[in-house]
Design a binder for this molecule. Structure first.
Ligand code: ARG
Length: 579
């Protein structure tokens, strides 16, 4: 159920009946203030302007045509031509009765599902995953889950950085370690260290850089022994990422990996096609595409290098190949890519070139969703105290341990096992929610205290809200599954909740369209806050409450808890019955 869309159709029909053209836009939205009703339609103003007629008169005609009997209590004309709609409690209750019985909470399934390729996480395997990949991983995963919940077909693509010249020095270093009888897993237990060691040798050790270069050549020419060594490195590094995925409760698996190396066989073709189409040309030994569409203010085109002067390919070349693979082989209707904002220019160039080359047909949407950086308290990019990159694994373990301390303080009687489970859900949930709830494109300050607070828009607040509802069912001695979904709406707090519950589909659609899970975070926070006000104002189990009222309020609680749980699940955050 999407009330906004439902009302849009009604108002649009009325506008057409009042003589407006078929493509008229009713512009229905939630009312900005309660005195303007629940929803408002503002489309008449625009239509009147186009027709050069009086908006108020036109709005009067539209209202005459607008039949919302049984749906709205009141339709009011306001100002120069706003139409304010106040929905009827009985109609809202009927909608809730339906959504309450639906496993998808009334979120309808897409009639024409799209095939959506989502490119997210994509760590570089030469190094440990760091906080920059946290954002890509969890934002991407939330959008993926929202798409799937809505009924689209999602193909996850983990475009891991598993190729490139830096593997030369890494493999040379690894082969020395293995020759000295070290076990690969041990040698690579700390990738950051390993990388640093290899780099020091590359810079300082006589002859090592040459060996590193030889390894690059061997790797690229498909030398068997070298490929096996590379595979060993990659497998161990992937296992590190997988530990994090598990900790983070994200849905990525090994099958979703389509690293840069997977495009290797196609890169020469990409270049020759670009040349054949007259797009790539030689420039100082390299092959480049000049992009006039992105010329600077002096009219100089933007330069997109697709092959280095030594013949090596680049990140850009793999992304062009990926465009072709995703639209041609995977039949994507839409491609969404989550990386930090510093890559915005790169993806703009990729899109323009891929479209011209025919790698990305017109009907395939290409959507790069950039995100801002995670900052420390000092307002600078988030780093360790000594200025190093923060390892994601360490950050997540710290979150769990901090959450554990908090929970223990609140509930000293929990067993270690209970404590561990709750601490994991709360700690990881807190980190994820803090990140997901921020406007995607802005930088944000990472702060343990606010994210783990039980007040405000945090995971613990929402998880606590959920647990509180479960405790009501326990207190009432009922199994919530046995409750009917019949709800009577009488109090304003009940109506506010009904309206909010029925907005889920609308919110998910916005999340999907823009790649913005923060909208779902806001929604859930508002829902939980409305629940708290309802709980204060509308007693449920108090003595003297009529049984029908009690049943209705319990049924409302049930829908709120189902929606909180489902919404958090889309964000990849778990709930618990008690906390
Ligand atoms: N590995 C890259 C990085 O860490 C992100 C890859 C994103 N996807 C892509 N198709 N380029 O920055």
């Amino acid at each position: 159920m999407n009330i906004r869309q439902f009302l849009s159709e009604k108002v649009k029909a009325a506008m057409i009946a009042a003589g407006l053209p078929e493509d008229t836009n009713p512009a229905v939205s939630l009312s900005s203030r309660p005195e303007f009703g629940d929803y408002q339609a503002n489309g008449v103003m625009g239509a009147a302007k186009k027709l050069k007629t009086n908006p108020r008169e036109l709005a009067t005609k539209v209202v005459e045509q607008l039949d919302l009997s049984g749906i709205a209590d009141n339709i009011e004309l306001a100002g120069p031509g706003f139409i304010n709609i106040k929905l009827a409690n009985s109609w809202l209750a009927d909608q809730l009765a339906k959504t309450g019985q639906d496993a998808k909470l009334g979120v309808s399934q897409r009639e024409k599902p799209q095939t959506v390729v989502v490119d997210y996480s994509a760590p570089n395997l030469a190094k440990e995953m760091h906080v920059g990949h946290l954002r890509s991983t969890i934002i991407g995963d939330a959008v993926v889950r929202a798409l799937e919940f809505r009924g689209d077909k999602v193909i996850r693509q983990n475009h891991m950085g598993d190729w490139g010249t830096q593997f030369g020095m890494l493999l040379a270093h690894l082969s020395d370690k293995l020759a000295a009888n070290e076990v690969a897993e041990t040698a690579l237990s700390d990738l950051e260290n390993f990388y640093r060691e290899a780099k020091v040798r590359f810079d300082d050790e006589e002859g090592f850089a040459d060996r590193a270069r030889e390894y690059v050549v061997k790797l690229q020419s498909g030398d068997k022994a070298c490929a096996a060594l590379w595979q060993q490195f990659i497998d161990i590094s992937i296992a590190h990422s997988e530990e994090i995925y598990q900790l983070l409760n994200v849905t990525l698996t090994r099958d979703d990996i389509m690293g840069e190396s997977s495009y290797n066989h196609d890169l020469a073709n990409v270049i020759s096609e670009l040349e054949a189409k007259g797009l790539a040309v030689e420039d100082q030994g390299a092959k480049v595409v000049f992009i006039d569409e992105m010329a600077n203010k002096d009219g100089e085109p933007s330069v997109f290098i697709v092959q280095k002067s030594g013949g090596g390919y680049l990140y850009a070349t793999t992304d062009l190949s990926a465009c072709r693979y995703r639209s041609g082989e995977l039949n994507a209707d839409r491609i969404i890519i989550f990386t930090d904002a510093r890559q915005a220019l790169h993806f703009k160039q990729v899109e323009i070139v891929a479209r011209k080359a025919g790698f990305l047909p017109e009907h395939v949407e290409y959507h790069h969703c950039p995100f801002g950086m995670m900052m420390g308290d000092d307002g600078k990019p988030f780093k360790t105290r000594t200025g190093g990159t923060v390892k994601l694994a360490e950050l997540l373990h710290e979150a769990v341990s901090r959450a554990g301390d908090l929970i223990k303080e609140k509930n000293p009687d929990y067993s270690d096992e209970q404590l561990k489970e709750i601490a994991e859900k709360v700690g990881i949930g807190a980190v994820k929610f803090a990140d997901l709830s921020k406007n995607r494109t802005s930088d944000y300050v990472f702060n343990w205290k606010t994210m783990l607070s039980f007040e405000g828009a945090t995971a613990p607040y929402l998880q606590y809200g959920y647990a509180r509802i479960q405790s009501i069912f326990t207190k009432a001695g009922i199994d919530s599954d046995s409750l009917s979904s019949e709800i009577t709406i009488a109090e304003p707090q009940e109506k506010a909740l009904a309206l909010k519950l029925l907005q889920l589909e609308d919110v998910l659609d916005a999340v999907i369209a823009e790649g913005t899970p923060n909208l779902l975070c806001n929604y859930l926070y508002e829902l939980a806050s409305l629940y708290m006000s309802f709980y204060e104002a509308c007693p449920i189990l108090k003595e003297g409450i009529a049984d029908e009222v009690k049943q209705s309020r319990l049924a409302l609680c049930k829908q709120i808890s189902a929606t909180l749980k489902q919404g958090l699940d889309i964000l990849g955050i778990e709930v618990m019955e008690r906390m």
